[in-house]
Design a protein around this ligand. Structure first.
Ligand SMILES: [Zn+2]
Length: 203
């Protein structure tokens, strides 16, 4: 099932001009190899983009994330990013600003940043091969839990406590077809982790 792109939380987005954050260059730098590897892209038949990435902003509860429906674009500009200024997981709310609305998967990114102040970046990719190959052996969320919901936030808390997710930084989302998450203390670490596994699967 393709549930990509539907915003399942209460999105409070204030449209502004393009963001002016230093992190955008870094986001674009690491998005490129992910896009080239096909981990961020578009399902041609549905015309739906997939994959997104974020980096923690200077304020602890804020992060900059690629905007909704940007997966199909090979290169992003500042106008394609949003700053999540705040969120409320229990009330299922995300507050963002930017020229583009925050990704439909912002709630999951928020939930992951909540787990550990050391997590500095989150990458969400799609890969059928990695998803099928790692499901059940890597840290895996419950198949009944949909992406981008408060239940998924709770599910990540469980993974953080009960599995090797804090150490590996890799999780498979059983209830989100082809979806995986990679975290790191910074964007380079988060991106390289998933790119290294992807390279193994493509060998
Ligand atoms: Zn996804």
């Amino acid at each position: 099932m393709i549930d990509e792109g539907y915003i399942k939380f209460d999105s409070h987005w204030r449209k502004t001009g393009p963001l002016d954050n230093a992190e955008i260059e870094l986001l674009n730098r690491w998005r490129r190899p992910l896009y080239d590897a096909g981990l961020i892209g578009q399902y041609e038949e549905h015309g739906i983009g997939f994959g997104n990435l974020s980096v923690r902003a200077a304020a602890q509860r804020q992060f900059i994330i690629s905007g909704s429906q940007t997966g199909q674009l090979s290169d992003l500009g500042a106008e394609h990013y949003a700053l999540v200024e705040d969120y409320d997981i229990d009330r299922n709310r995300v507050y963002s600003i930017g020229a583009r609305e925050a990704s439909s998967e912002s709630m999951t990114h928020a939930a992951i940043y909540e787990l550990d102040p050391e997590i500095g970046a989150v990458v969400h990719v799609h890969s059928e091969a990695m998803w099928a190959g790692l499901k059940g052996s890597a840290a895996t969320t419950d198949a009944e839990v949909a992406f981008g919901t408060p239940e998924m936030a709770r599910e990540f808390r469980r993974l953080f406590k009960e599995t090797d997710f804090p150490k590996t930084g890799i999780a498979v989302m059983a209830g989100h077809d082809s979806g995986l998450v990679s975290t790191g203390s910074n964007l380079q670490e988060a991106a390289e982790r998933i790119l290294a596994i992807d390279a193994k699967f493509k060998r």
